[in-house]
Design a protein around this ligand. Structure first.
Ligand code: NAD
Ligand code: UDP
Length: 312
């Protein structure tokens, strides 16, 4: 029997490269599509040359014609620094990549998973956030290109499902961290670890009392694969994240302790529309996917610190 062929868009990014590793390990035939906007060949270098791994440099704003059984749509700049660099391009990527993947799924009959985000909840007024919460997003702010792009992509997924019976799965991903985070993309975990290891000041935006809930990469990928292979008719959206919630100041203090750094905390202005609190409710994932995160913040941070020690 031929191997199941899987398309991963955004496959040379942080999440995508870990997903490709997992799919190759599980015996799939993987097509990784990426335009290397924020991703890097270094993330998939070890897979290049594998007989069941194929890399295609392609911009998902344009349609792609391949044959496949499953599609994971991850292509999209994901850190505020990169998605705000060219917001129109971010919005186009989010919407057109979703539409092109859905068209492909419609033609091939492939099952398709969308990497959506907790950002669809915006700056949430409901805490913690269940999937039924419809969010509080500023349509015209500096984060909107990403938030609204992802919301529009979710809309397309459910319209293709209702109108064309496409087999869709929508995953709302909460802040994820781990090895292969881009060293310079400005996300908080990578920033703090690199600053601590270099003995530089740790930059806290605002008063540091805003919260996030951090999920380790291996847990996230497990949830993603479980969702793709979940029962027929289960579409989500489903939150995948670690409900352990920390203030950004607490995160900074943990990083300083674990790296034994003498870096000092410095306070910088909070960017506009930066969400004040974020924590997933994961009852649905527990029930439908029998999934819950296994890796705590200390273990996860230590693994990530080891990774950054190896590259800086
Ligand atoms: P990343 O920037 O490392 O990966 C995104 C990948 O998409 C990169 O390899 C980039 O080159 C590629 N890409 C961007 N635009 C493209 C285009 N037009 N055509 C083809 N490829 C393109 O980010 P990540 O953290 O790995 O995020 C992956 C996905 O997961 C994104 O869709 C993101 O929105 C979603 N997500 C991530 C997080 C997180 O905490 N990391 C949270 C919520 C959602
Ligand atoms: N943040 C910070 N210092 C940094 C980078 C980020 O205080 O050097 C804050 C940021 O303002 C936000 C939180 O950390 O409140 C998480 O930021 P990140 O960009 O990692 O993720 P997102 O805001 O998209 O959840």
């Amino acid at each position: 029997m031929r191997k199941q062929r899987v398309l991963v868009t955004g496959g040379s990014g942080f999440l995508g490269s870990h997903l490709c590793d997992r799919l190759i390990k599980d015996g799939y035939d993987v097509i990784c599509v990426d335009n290397l906007f924020t991703g890097s060949k270094d993330n998939i270098r070890h897979l290049l040359g594998h007989p069941y791994f194929e890399f295609i440099r392609h911009d998902m704003i344009n349609p792609i014609y391949v044959e496949c059984d499953q599609i994971y749509n991850l292509a999209c700049p994901a850190s505020p620094k990169w998605y705000q660099k060219d917001p129109i391009y971010t919005f186009k990527t989010s919407v057109f990549s979703a539409m092109n993947c859905l068209g492909l799924a419609k033609r091939t009959g492939a099952r398709i998973l969308q990497a959506s985000t907790s950002e669809v909840y915006g700056d949430p007024e409901v805490h913690p956030q269940p999937e039924s919460y419809r969010g509080c997003v500023n349509t015209i702010g500096i984060r909107s290109c990403y938030d609204e792009g992802k919301r529009a992509a979710e809309t397309l997924f459910f319209d293709y499902h209702r109108q064309h019976n496409v087999d869709v799965k929508v995953m709302r991903i909460f802040n994820t961290y781990g090895p292969r985070m881009d060293i310079g993309d400005g996300r908080v975990v990578s920033n703090f670890i690199v600053q601590a290891l270099k003995g530089e000041d740790i930059t806290i935006y605002g008063d540091g009392l805003q919260t996030r809930s951090f999920c380790y990469i291996d847990d996230l990928i497990e949830g993603m694969v479980r969702l793709m292979n979940s029962r027929d008719g289960f579409t989500g959206p489903v939150n995948i994240g670690n409900p352990s919630e920390f203030t950004i100041k607490e995160l900074a203090e943990m990083v300083i302790k674990l790296t034994e750094s003498d870096s000092k905390l410095v306070y910088e202005p909070l960017p506009s529309d930066d969400p004040i609190q974020r924590k997933p409710l994961i009852d649905l994932a527990k029930r439908e996917l029998e999934w819950k995160p296994e890796i705590g913040i200390i273990e996860g941070l230590n693994n990530t610190i080891d990774y950054f020690k190896g590259i800086i």
